[in-house]
Design a protein around this ligand. Structure first.
Ligand SMILES: C[S@@+](CC[C@H](N)C(=O)[O-])C[C@H]1O[C@@H](n2cnc3c(N)ncnc32)[C@H](O)[C@@H]1O
Length: 168
């Protein structure tokens, strides 16, 4: 889902890690391998992914192990809203693909965690066109506006609705 020159091709966020000088660390804000295929290919760097569902987490763990990536990808089990506030340090990249109702809480944490110049990739920001009664669409609408706030972000949208935002 994302490619950085010397770090990660992944579906989550990245940051420098003291134990991996010269490499980077990535935290995938929820989402793991529920789809049945590995969601991350880490060549250098560290990726953390947050997943609330134990079964999804197990599937993901098995995929990461099969790909030889289990020493580079850490699954944080729980709700993003509970786990993100406890994360420390600075991340290079964050990938957002989760519960619309949590989106604003999460965005606040992304603004805390992402380094200036870091990349936020946000998906599923237009779910209302498929599921107009989905809870949390109002939060997603605010999220879309906030990443257009030029004091905080420089944002562009891809044709499929994915937002790419550079942290100001
Ligand atoms: C849309 S799927 C992610 C799919 C993944 N990006 C892929 O391509 O395979 C969302 C995943 O996030 C998890 N999830 C949803 N809401 C969450 C939350 N609030 N906190 C943590 N995980 C959550 C779900 O259990 C599911 O595994």
């Amino acid at each position: 889902m994302c490619t950085l020159s010397r770090t990660v091709r992944c579906s989550g966020p990245l940051r420098p890690h003291p134990e991996h000088a010269g490499s980077s660390k990535s935290v995938a804000a929820w989402d793991t391998a529920a789809s049945g295929s590995p969601t991350a290919q880490v060549h250098r760097g560290i990726l953390e992914t947050i997943e609330r569902d134990e079964e999804h987490a197990k599937i993901a763990r098995d995929h990461f192990k099969a790909e030889g990536l289990d020493d580079r990808i850490k699954i944080l089990l729980g709700l993003g809203a509970n786990i993100l506030p406890a994360l420390q340090g600075t991340y290079d990249l964050i990938y957002f693909d989760t519960d619309p109702a949590e989106s604003l809480i999460d965005l606040e944490q992304f603004e805390r965690l992402l380094r200036p110049g870091g990349l936020l990739m946000s998906t599923n920001l237009f779910l209302g066109q498929y599921a107009p009664d989905l809870p949390g669409l109002d939060k997603t609408a605010e999220y879309r506006l906030r990443i257009l706030d030029s004091d905080r972000w420089l944002t562009a949208y891809l044709p499929d609705g994915t937002a790419l935002s550079i942290r100001g």
